[in-house]
Design a protein around this ligand. Structure first.
Ligand SMILES: *Cc1c(COP(=O)(O)O)cnc(C)c1O
Length: 403
């Protein structure tokens, strides 16, 4: 392909991004894909040769590098090597996969669980193998992209209801023809906004209209509930979610995704979901790390308490300074900036003062709601959080985002 003479639709698409990136880089406003050179403790990293406080991580409980988890991974390599013999269905299943799935099922109070090689693949696989033409999927407007892609891939009628708006969900449920299969799907904690889905009302509606309920717990496992078991524990509503989905790449410091639920559902997924049948098994080290991490969460409940205290300290500090943090009540704290440019500028100010925090702009969030998406960890100390609040506040004043 000659990049200089070609001007087809593909080329225009590529040019649009390279142009946007070039302009941002010229102005020192490009912050994506920066490599972390080193970890220092649970909440500090070296980036571009500078030590910074980490405020962009999903490792909510600070489990990356935990000695028990590292050891479990090393032991698994010694025992099984670094790869598998292919897909789970054929020669790829190891005892550590079975153990991990049993651990997840127990942690999530479910009969059984299945794992996939990523959370993204899990959502694609599960939604598209359960739903099909003539069925209906109702998805919260702010659901994660992997849910949206799974819905589109399924070929089912795809309806989006207003964010966390149960009246709108009910109206849409009423519009579905009698007898059609229905799935309601939502994030437990919204990945860009940090608010929590109204599970009690959603469960009532699913019962009333005979719909399946699927909840994505990527940002709620280890974060919600007294023992970190997630949204069901948070609302004390057990056995109400049919498809309990989550990832192994956030609080759980590994990679992969899972679904927990009834035995029959899980067996169906083992035989019907293409990402399970046609993609290699999780590597042994990652499966073992994930397995150990669930145990560490239960053994070290202080991490959940500390995360909660840190999150409310950070959130209250920013609110008091006058920032719009939307409806966040969790460890994900959006700091609304307005335009994309504003979000990039605020990031630059923060990174100049050694806060590793990142902007999220359109189309990942609606235009005009570009933001810093700061995350709080159990491994932050209160004085570090206070420093972060101070830096963001001073930068916000400088840019006129707050008074
Ligand atoms: C991160 C995320 C995923 C994807 O998980 P990966 O393991 O990173 O592929 C799915 N859903 C939500 C809500 C997420 O935030």
């Amino acid at each position: 392909m000659d990049f200089n003479s070609t001007d087809d639709a593909v080329m225009r698409r590529i040019r649009y991004f390279s142009e946007r990136e070039r302009k941002l880089r010229e102005n020192g406003l490009y912050f994506y894909n920066q490599p972390v050179q080193e970890l220092r403790g649970g909440a500090r990293v070296v980036v571009n040769g500078r030590e910074m406080g980490m405020y962009a991580s999903y490792s909510y409980l600070g489990l990356i590098g935990h000695p028990r988890i590292n050891k479990a991974a090393r032991d698994a390599i010694d025992r099984f090597g670094t790869g598998t013999h292919g897909v789970r269905t054929l020669a790829g299943t190891l005892t550590i996969h079975r153990e991990l799935e049993e651990t997840i099922a127990e942690f999530k109070h479910a009969e059984a669980a299945i794992t996939y090689s990523s959370g993204y693949a899990t959502n694609l696989a599960v939604i598209s193998s359960l739903m099909g033409r003539g069925d209906y999927v109702l998805s919260d407007k702010l659901n994660h992209a992997s849910i949206v892609d799974g819905c589109l891939m399924s070929g089912a009628e795809f309806r989006r209801f207003r964010h966390n708006d149960m009246e709108d969900l009910e109206r849409r449920l009423q519009q579905i023809p009698a007898g059609a299969a229905k799935l309601v799907v939502a994030d437990a904690v919204f990945s860009m906004d940090g608010d929590i889905i109204d599970l009690p009302r959603m469960v009532e509606l699913c019962k009333k209209y005979n719909a399946w309920l699927m909840i994505d717990e990527a940002h709620s496992v280890g974060v919600l509930g007294k023992t970190g078991r997630g949204i069901e524990e948070h609302f004390d509503l057990w056995d109400t979610i049919d498809i309990k989905m989550g990832t192994l790449s956030k609080t759980i410091p590994s990679v992969g995704g899972y679904v927990a639920g009834k035995k029959e559902l899980i067996q169906y997924l083992r035989h019907a979901s293409r990402a399970y049948i046609f993609s290699a098994a999780l590597p042994p080290a990652q499966a073992a790390a994930a397995n150990e991490a669930f145990k560490v969460i239960l053994d070290e409940p202080w991490r959940i308490e500390k995360l909660r205290a840190n999150a409310s300290r950070f959130l209250n500090g920013l609110k008091q300074a006058g920032f719009d943090t939307l409806f966040s009540t969790t460890a994900i704290v959006p700091v609304v900036c307005g335009s994309d440019e504003r979000a990039f500028e605020l990031t630059r100010e923060c990174q100049n003062r050694d806060l590793f925090v990142l902007p999220v702009v359109s189309p990942a969030v609606p235009e005009g709601l570009a933001r810093l998406r700061a995350t709080v960890l159990a491994s932050h100390e209160p004085d570090e959080i206070d420093y972060a609040i101070e830096v963001i506040t001073q930068a916000g004043k400088k840019l006129g985002l707050i008074q």
